[in-house]
Design a protein around this ligand. Structure first.
Ligand code: HEC
Length: 334
């Protein structure tokens, strides 16, 4: 009899052990390491109140969010992403160090490839698309074979991590400045964060003028604009990004990693190959990177944005067509 009880007990313990290993524990990031133990405890308490713990998470600002979806999201994330993006979503999973570019740190709430204006959060659809299609030319693969339910749940989980990370960042910064965690300010911080995400869902950038059917004229005009509007300064005259500044690797993104103006001829546009994707990169810029938006600069000549798109797509396909452009020179148009 006792043998059975012991066996059952051992099984239960083993099971609990496995579960704990599967889910892991959220911790505070490096930014909080200089806080006193009391302040750290205070930050952790607020985080647990609003984002829960990893075993029992909450969607920020939505206590009624379906717990089964979150549990599914957690297990998909742990199975497929945690080794890169890390338990806390800070981009520091065990295999992250060797990757270039580095896996994204979600806790900043900054996402590069969005359909929203510069400085905005992404729409939920933008995150779904990044997970589904991956990011060409990086180690982020396409998860297009993942059942939609799992993919959506993984995005829910990314949102949980992002919200928690943003809240943590705000609390840690305030604690550093004021030497306390101002609990009265927390509801406003939370509603501000939630509102920023809701605003993004309504803020999709649409083209100012309809896309023309691209002809050689558009490409030629686009090339002209590329050379005279400052694009070539960063991307090089031939779009390969081989300018001295770029090659020195002085540019940094807002995650502190070195970045370079994209090689537009590589055939792997990270933000997507569709004309509207390229339009949004040029019009809105790319969050967290030195790529500026040209919405203002081109406000009085909306057709120029489409010309630039035509040119970027043209050079982007050049290399795929087997043509290796020489550094510093633009191949003449036929
Ligand atoms: C100050 C430097 C700078 C200028 C000026 C600049 N870019 Fe960029 N651009 C970048 C950087 C850096 C990136 C890469 C961002 C990243 O993904 O980290 C980039 C990325 C891009 C992308 C996205 C490529 C992809 O992989 O999807 C496009 C398209 C682009 N630039 C076009 C342009 C055009 C057209 C202009 C001029 C109208 C321009 N850029 C001006 C720095 C610049």
């Amino acid at each position: 009899m006792w043998r059975w009880v012991c066996c059952l007990l051992a099984l239960a313990l083993l099971n609990a052990g496995c579960q704990r290993r599967e889910t892991g524990v959220w911790t505070l990031g490096n930014e909080a390491k200089d806080l006193t133990p009391e302040l750290r405890a205070s930050v952790t308490k607020v985080l647990e109140e609003h984002s829960g713990i990893m075993d029992s998470p909450k969607m920020l600002g939505d206590d009624k969010f379906d717990a089964t979806k979150l549990a599914l999201g957690r297990s998909v994330y742990i199975k497929r992403y945690v080794q890169y993006h890390g338990v806390n979503g800070d981009g520091q999973g065990p295999t992250a160090a060797s990757l270039v570019p580095k896996p994204r740190d979600y806790r900043r709430g900054v996402f590069k490839f969005t359909t929203t204006p510069y400085g905005y959060k992404p729409r939920r659809e933008d995150l779904v698309r990044t997970v589904r299609k991956g990011i060409p030319g990086t180690s982020m693969p396409a998860f297009n074979l993942l059942p939609n339910k799992e993919l959506q749940a993984a995005v829910d989980w990314v949102l949980v991590l992002t919200h928690r990370g943003e809240l943590e960042t705000r609390l840690v910064n305030n604690a550093k400045e004021d030497d306390e965690v101002d609990l009265e300010a927390v509801p406003d911080i939370v509603s501000g964060l939630v509102a920023a995400w809701e605003r993004a869902d309504e803020a999709q950038v649409l083209a100012v003028t309809p896309q023309p059917k691209f002809k050689t004229d558009h490409i030629v005009a686009g090339k002209q604009a590329f050379l005279t509007r400052g694009c070539a300064k960063c991307h090089g005259e031939d779009g390969r990004g081989q300018t001295p500044d770029n090659l020195r690797g002085d540019l940094k993104d807002s995650w502190g990693h070195p970045t370079r103006a994209a090689d537009l001829t590589s055939g792997m546009l990270r933000g997507g190959q569709e004309p509207m994707d390229v339009y949004r990169r040029i019009f809105s810029g790319i969050n967290g990177t030195p790529m500026p938006g040209f919405q203002q600069a081109l406000a009085s000549e909306p057709e120029t944005t489409w010309n630039l798109v035509a040119y970027v797509l043209h050079v982007s396909h050049e290399r795929r067509r087997g043509k290796i452009l020489e550094s510093g020179s633009i191949a003449p148009f036929k």
